[in-house]
Write a protein that binds this ligand. Sequence first.
Ligand code: SF4
Length: 229
Amino acid sequence: MGSFARADFERKVIVMNDVKRWAYERKIYDCMKGLEKRQYDPIFAKDRDEARKIVMDMIPEGAKIAVGGSVTLNETGILDEIRSDKYNFIDRYNAKDFEDMLNKYREGYFADVFVSSTNAVTMDGQLVNIDCSGNRTSQIVFGPKKVIIVAGVNKIVENVEEGIKRAKSIAPMNARRLTHKTPCAADGNMRCSDCTVQPRVCNVTSICEGSTYFPKRISVVLVPEVLGY
Ligand code: SF4
């Protein structure tokens, strides 16, 4: 490729990225209106680094923190920050055995802050989640005094139906990541057979229609990047 052609190509890539960013931001602003209407606390973060800063600024030193299983928390570096000595982290990833893990989940209901992502957020501001044990779905709803959700633009969907479809479509990847031996996570599969095996990851579906009873308890930090899945 000659130098002119290369410059032209690079300019097009930059323009394309600008357009993509513009579309992502538009989508987020519209979604924020829906969240605000439903008494959530929507926050725009320009990128994952700003999202991390926003989240950590919201958590006071010494706070007792629980988290929901989330690739987004890893990709944003939030989980690493939460592990710092400054906080009292209920570390679900450091459980001795199954019973210990369940005890940590239970302790999470008394956390000061619950940090998680969401499987989907609708343009009208509903949160849609599918869970295995139900600790994440339930702690978003009630328990921890404060909930902070971080979500990339890829989590925004048109409506609840699309949100459930989205959550179900990524369930096999979650099962595989968590090494849950489900039929959909087996080599060469990825299809849902509505299984009934013990480690099924789709036991609980929650739709949060609003936070009107506890206004602003749930902050939703939206990022114009693809985060998690
Ligand atoms: S119901 Fe079972 S097979 Fe279907 S996605 Fe969930 S875990 Fe996989």
